[in-house]
Design a protein around this ligand. Sequence first.
Ligand SMILES: Cc1ncc(COP(=O)(O)O)c(C=O)c1O
Ligand SMILES: [Zn+2]
Length: 414
Amino acid sequence: MYATGLICRECGTTYDAEARYACDVCFGPLEVHYDLEAAKGAVTRESIEAGPASIWRYRALLPDPGESPVDLGAGWTPLRHAPRLAAELGLADLWLKDDTRNPTGSFKDRVVSVALSVARRLGFTTAACASTGNLATSVAAHAAAIGWPSVTIIPFDLETSKVAMTAVFGGTVLGVRGNYDDVNRLCVELVAEHPDWAFANVNLRPYYAEGSKTLAFEIAEQLGWRTPDQVVVPVASGSQLTKVAKGFREFRALGLVDGPDPVLFGAQATGCSPIATAFANGSDVITPQRPDTIARSLAIGNPADGPYVLDELRRHGGDCGSVSDGEILEGISLLARTEGVFAETAGGVTIASLRQMVERGTIDRTKTTVAIISGHGLKTLDAVVDQATHTAVISPGLADAEEALRFTQLVAAS
Ligand SMILES: Cc1ncc(COP(=O)(O)O)c(C=O)c1O
Ligand SMILES: [Zn+2]
């Protein structure tokens, strides 16, 4: 284990590895710090390849999970070559990091596995979170698997599947009449009242966030220990994007990859695009926005890591997409039709943003590009049921079937 403790991202003050998320000196956010010098040479491609087919193959580069991690099998999801989608978008070499293939169907299983492992090591016995949906599902599932009670707090009017997929695990699910930013404010107050609850993305946030580094680690390893040139990441609070950047940097510092750090690109829905707006305006200030988009999982109007996302986007000449609800639905459909991957609305945001940034020339068509598909389409069926339905409804007779088929592509092509 090479994690040494926590460090303030603003002033560099260091702390022990405890349940603390803000700096006493400057109130800046804390993150986990590693002794990369000591890890260099000790953490090798071979030592990683010998590990399990989950995020825990990178255990040496994650916070200490204690004796054994809280593990439903998050991570080591497929990196799929996507030539048909690439051709559609005019890209030479496109890959999909298919994080629909996680235990509860989203990348949140990575961050929750890390957060609850650390929480258990620190002596917590109750799991909690503020969520736009996917995090709640993952916290409820991981808590159930270790026999912990959970308290997950979400906007009450989320997609039916997300509420059901969370409630089924038997924890307490609080639906708040308000948006995620209201939920988050409430949870900050609840942490003060219940310091013995492990809120994955509040008091355990520094550890939770580290789980997203494994996306970068896996992408590089699966490309044959090579970094891609460009990576497109969906952005809500901005935690995922900033930690994907950190993951690539750590692999380079350890000499585990060939190639420079990739250029990072963000993806947001126009109905909740405070970071895309600040980026487009060349501003360092994120103006909070009241979300109004079908991409409920990305509906965070006041993103905690916003300024750090802007830094990462600008570091190597990236960009940030901003796409309408119509474009999101087209993105879901395009991905499904060309590559057989069914994504939730966040995936639609990623694909539509990719298309937008290719068209305006900020994404280089000739370079190796990875798009992170962070959640499964079954989670947001509500968004697609109107357009994704029967081609025809017929009686069970051959004549009726043939009649209906005459109007379909199948017959037209034969
Ligand atoms: C499916 C999905 N993708 C991406 C994100 C964005 O994550 P972050 O808040 O780390 O930016 C979320 C956040 O809830 C999500 O649920
Ligand atoms: Zn500080």
